[in-house]
Write a protein that binds this ligand. Structure first.
Ligand SMILES: Cc1cc2nc3c(=O)[nH]c(=O)nc-3n(C[C@H](O)[C@H](O)[C@H](O)COP(=O)(O)OP(=O)(O)OC[C@H]3O[C@@H](n4cnc5c(N)ncnc54)[C@H](O)[C@@H]3O)c2cc1C
Length: 396
């Protein structure tokens, strides 16, 4: 369990011919962007057309290496507009990317060079359902920070991200690790309904009663089936949640053993306690010394939360960091293999670009995901026209 936590919580920081948008504008657009601009002129931006909107969207990311050069950014204001746009993009064989919070650190996962970048940030409405059942409805482009702000005084708990800036839908579609992991499972486990735009432009609901195969596939299957526009989450009564940080002054060379030792002790001592969680993070951000930390959180009260500082000599450069992470992950896998403790599961949200998370789901589950994708997206739009994200045609 400890090694899984370490692996799953290792964070690294680390179309067509040009046409004119309108006779008066003299702005060149690719045919894919032009077609969208003709129908949704106020929802399209490029590096020269509504450029500040384009820049803002393109740079709303976690890692600078994920800033690419899309031909245009499409920010739908309604689900209906998004649905019409997706059908149009599919029909015209236009490549596109889908972004919710933009926090995935893999370049190209939620952005695209030369294609259409769909940014869901305006589909961000969050509300407490009044039709009973303790359910909240979250627009796919909302950030968890907005969700926490909105429901702060409602006395409810729900499984969301540990960091506020992450997008609602990216987290849930990848599984979703929350402070309620031990008591509630994955955030995806607590979803009761998804609203989804399919490649055909149809808007469907997926839940236990309707499209239940799609419902199951979306819980960890990523963006392989459609664009999720709303996530309906189960809630429960929740009092104040406490956490704390204790700073330690240590030598960098002691950080590894101390960090792993603390995590191991915590795991052994709390194996049956579903109210507490622990996670390890290594953070590398430009302009600040790298840090490594271990967070202990108790959803009922204060535990000892310890932060270790100054994990020196780690590279700031993306490729170098990916190399370090890959090497480290390979070594840990080898060591756990030798101990007979290896677990092939890799949390999609924390998977590195060198990993194959769907292979860890097992052959039957992967086959199931492929069948569902074939049923709801028979033309393979989300496999072939959306290059970002982990795909289902992976070789295991
Ligand atoms: C600092 C930091 C802290 C983190 N903390 C946590 C944590 O506490 N728990 C956890 O589980 N993960 C955590 N993560 C990982 C995070 O969940 C993933 O990176 C996730 O992919 C980010 O979601 P997003 O919406 O911000 O990402 P995006 O980059 O916008 O999207 C991620 C992927 O999902 C696809 N996608 C997004 N929305 C949709 C949609 N509506 N329909 C179809 N496809 C879609 C995108 O195309 C892309 O491939 C953390 C990451 C960082 C950098």
């Amino acid at each position: 369990m400890a090694f899984r936590h370490i692996l799953s919580n290792l964070l690294i920081l680390l179309a067509g011919a040009p046409r004119l948008i309108a006779q008066s504008d003299s702005v060149e657009l690719t045919s894919c962007c032009q077609a969208l601009a003709d129908t949704f002129p106020d929802e399209i931006s490029t590096s020269t057309l509504r450029s500040s909107v384009y820049e803002k969207s393109n740079t709303r990311v976690w890692s600078a290496s994920t800033i690419l050069s899309p031909a245009c950014v499409f920010q739908p204001t309604t689900v209906k507009n998004l649905a019409a746009a997706v059908a149009q993009l599919a029909n015209d064989s236009c490549e596109f990317a889908i972004k919710s919070g933009g926090y995935n650190p893999i370049a190209g996962a939620a952005n695209i060079d030369a294609g259409v970048a769909i940014d869901l940030n305006l589909l961000n409405q969050v509300e407490l359902r009044t039709d009973g059942g303790g359910v909240i409805s979250l627009g796919a482009g909302a950030l968890w920070r907005d969700v926490y702000d909105k429901f702060e005084n409602e006395g409810i708990g729900f499984a969301g991200s540990q960091v506020g800036f992450i997008g609602v839908s990216g987290l849930v579609l990848g599984g979703g690790y929350s402070y309620f992991q031990a008591s509630a499972g994955w955030a995806a486990d607590t979803v009761v309904n998804f609203e989804v735009v399919l490649a055909s432009g149809e808007i469907v609901n997926a839940n236990q009663a309707a499209n239940s195969d799609l419902f199951k596939a979306l819980k960890g299957g990523g963006g392989n089936f459609g664009i999720v526009t709303k996530v309906f989450l189960q809630t429960w009564e929740q009092g104040t949640l406490w956490a704390g940080i204790k700073w330690l002054s240590i030598q960098p060379e002691d950080a590894g053993p101390l960090l792993l030792g603390r995590l191991r002790n915590f795991t052994v001592q709390n194996n049956d306690n579903t109210r507490v969680t622990a996670s390890v993070e290594i953070n590398l951000s430009s302009g600040a010394p790298p840090t490594a930390r271990i967070d202990f959180v108790n959803i009922d009260g204060v535990e000892d939360a310890i932060q270790l500082e100054s994990f020196a000599n780690l590279e700031h450069y993306d490729d170098a960091v990916w190399d370090i992470v890959e090497e480290w992950t390979t070594e840990v896998s080898k060591a756990t293999d030798e101990l007979g403790m290896a677990d092939p599961f890799v949390h999609l949200n924390f998977a590195g670009r060198f990993q194959k998370p769907f292979c860890g789901y097992g052959a039957d589950n992967l086959e199931f995901l492929r069948e569902v994708a074939g049923k709801y997206d028979p033309d393979q739009v989300f496999q072939e026209l959306v290059p970002g994200g982990f795909k289902l045609n992976v070789e295991c």
